[in-house]
Design a protein around this ligand. Structure first.
Ligand SMILES: [Fe+2]
Length: 156
């Protein structure tokens, strides 16, 4: 498997969690569990992606701008995540921010999949694409070690 497929798989998880999140309502256990899963998923993915995808690409002229843009968007998502955490879960603002986060995540993933991946495909060697996937996957697995993603419960 190459780095692109690994990232795309995780992007699909993010998209479906975002979709589920905006369908929830009120201060409920269910909303809380989807929110915690999505937050964890976004956080660990951004860390892994910055280390094992953006870092090698920030050094190349062709992809530098896109890698920087991606990091900036990760920061924007972090800010929205904070806003959601500070809002009352059963208030109207909470869902408004959650919808904004969903929009931002979708936009960011589309940017990566449609533009950035194509350029990165030209810049990285086949060996790098495979090695980065292994490192990315190992980081994602260790980052999620304390959480059972299918249940959203702490197992450690
Ligand atoms: Fe990203």
């Amino acid at each position: 498997m190459k780095i692109f497929e690994a990232i795309r798989k995780d992007h699909d998880i993010q998209r479906s969690l975002c979709d589920e999140l905006v369908k929830t309502s009120g201060d409920t256990k269910f909303r809380k569990s989807i929110w915690e899963k999505l937050k964890k998923e976004l956080k660990v993915h951004a860390q892994a992606e910055e280390r094992f995808f953006y870092v090698p690409l920030i050094e190349e002229d062709m992809t530098q701008k896109h890698a920087r843009h991606g990091v900036a968007e990760h920061h924007e998502m972090d800010e929205l995540i904070e806003k959601i955490d500070e809002a009352e879960m059963d208030g109207a603002a909470w869902l408004t921010y959650a919808k904004q986060l969903r929009e931002k995540v979708y936009h960011h993933l589309e940017d990566e999949e449609h533009t950035f991946f194509q350029l990165a495909g030209k810049v990285l060697s086949e060996k790098e694409k495979n090695n980065l996937e292994k490192e990315y996957r190992a980081y994602m697995t260790s980052g999620n070690a304390g959480i059972d993603v299918s249940q959203g419960t702490q197992v450690s």
